[in-house]
Write a protein that binds this ligand. Sequence first.
Ligand code: ADP
Ligand code: MG
Length: 715
Amino acid sequence: MAAPRPVPSFDPAHQPLAGLAGVGARTADKLAARGLLTLQDLWLQLPRQYEDRTRIAPIRGLQAGQPVQVEGVVEAVERGFRYRPMLRVALGDDSRATLVLRFFHFRPAQVAQFRVGARVRCYGTPRPGQHGLEIVHPSYRILGDDERPGLGDSLDPVYPQVEGVGAATMRRLIGQALERLPGHDVLELLPSAAADAHGLPTLREALLTVHRPPPRADLGALLAGTHPAQRRLALEELLAHHLSLRRQRIALQRHGARPFDVPGQLADRLREALPFALTAAQQRVYDQVGRDLRQPVPMLRLVQGDVGSGKTVVAALAALLAVEAGTQAALMAPTELLAEQHLASFRAWLEPLGVRVGWLAGKVGGKARTRALADIAAGEVQVVVGTHALMQEGVEFRGLGLVIVDEQHRFGVHQRLALRDKGASGGRVPHQLVMTATPIPRTLAMTAYADLDVSAIDQLPPGRTPVQTVVLSAERRPELIERIRAACAEGRQAYWVCTLIEEDAAKPSSAAAGSGARADVVAQAAQGTFEALGAALPELRVGLVHGRMKPADKQQAMRRFKGGETDLLVATTVIEVGVDVPNASLMIIENAERLGLSQLHQLRGRVGRGSAASSCVLLYQPPLSQMARQRLATMRATGDGFVIAEKDLELRGPGELLGTRQTGLAAFRLADLARDADLLPAVHAIGEQLLRESPQIADRLIERWIGGAARYAAA
Ligand code: ADP
Ligand code: MG
């Protein structure tokens, strides 16, 4: 954390809100509870959306889900009790149609207002009701006999709700704060070329526009969040977040790290022993990692590489540098299955070199655990492979120099840091290597991972033939039996992946119990498919893995498949991450329309790992949604994880793509990484310029956009 900057008291940005008319101690507390402490916080309290009261819509022709302003005459009022008190008001207008206003909470005085014949102007979102469209709890106003209030000439901003402060008060306070908005010279922090280059307004103009859209503003753009004023704010907000991550990185690098200043003989010996040569991409990334590890500052590098691109061997080479430098390396994987596979590779590769590899997972208990912990603490093992168990209390390393985290998207940032902290001593922290098979688009990576260096293994080992992908309706399931039979007759193996099934869709999935039930349902489906396929293909040896099996049974089933003892493996998505069976050449995925692009891509990556031509069949339940259709078409069109990531970003947006857990990015006030993605190169360029030329401006930007939120989080 940077030292607190003395705040000049004349800076209007930092004036406390108590100075505003109508803000007493109680209101000030309520505002403070939401991180709103200063005028600046109010300037940046941006509208979530807008209400369009510039026109009155005829009731005939209203559409469900489209917010509108309506004016009409009360035709009937009905007060009733069905389960709870209810008031229904039928409103008619010149279009000779009726709209129902429905209230569940109301006072007697309100009921009295709605006399038949009274004229009402209201605003809300119509939904289908029992008798045509209705608006539940509209905002409304009863008009006097001759009262003809003018229409608004601009959009009304709708602000995020602050508990205990009404919407009208909020609007008024923000209005007052805006009266004190300083001039451009004081307010502006961006280099003038920055916004100009994109044809964007100044911050002052942008703030005034989004809070008080002028009559001629492009309403459509404002509602869509693409107005230049909104883009100007998004640019600055993204910049502030980018700078904050870069600052965190700079702070990390104030720590020292042990430089692995070694010739790399162990790594060279491994390379000679491998049955293959590194691809150019593996070589390049290994060089980058090697350079980082020889520095006295901690490496923080993300290696992105498609499934099968060969990240593991790069990790092993890095671990050998750590060992040669006399430190320990730890490799953490998100599932036991994956960790075991890494253990097998590491043992096969490292033990012939005299390097001792330890193992720690949740299921290691009793004496075995005590011994494992003792070996780690005494430095008896130089490399430790494991799961989350590595981060638990009681695990003490003896000089942890390198932390490797596989499939980073499965872990939160905090988990990664927890492991890092295990190695912290004497002002030094371990180097960190993070690996992911879920590539994210470059522009996004630059912003979302501004605290990491990013490398890409963007090439597959030679001899792999691309996986041929077919999309089939589930009705054609029977044809697949023959396909499996043919593949296995050639000595190949096949996967059949069962995912969510239809009945399960109705079940709640949010509660823990719900997801447990879901796993049961999927397990049952897998069991059923296992039995059906076994009956249809009596000559084949069929295996089964699902999440409800005991870990030992799961491992056993995987091992048998890997060892060629089973021909066909029926599985749930537990096989998703990292499992390597090069002889498998056919993958069938049921209900593929239910899965996201990156998950499909991961699953498909289980085949095409050997030299045989492989195929992947995506079975879907018609009818397909537009989105699902596009996803499946993308899967058919490309096998490139980076292209798929770009498409995933476009279709789903970055929140889902990144998972809020794994990015350091907090929630944005206004920016949207997908919508505003084209601004990211500028964000990056301006950010680097500021850090170089005027770091104090960078600090002020961070304080402006994130400072309040950080105070809130700390409170
Ligand atoms: P991932 O990047 O998905 O973790 P792995 O590290 O599991 O990929 O590698 C996939 C397979 O490719 C493994 O069997 C591995 O031994 C093999 N492999 C890795 N690098 C090469 C290479 N340069 N040439 C040939 N095979 C390789
Ligand atoms: Mg892997």
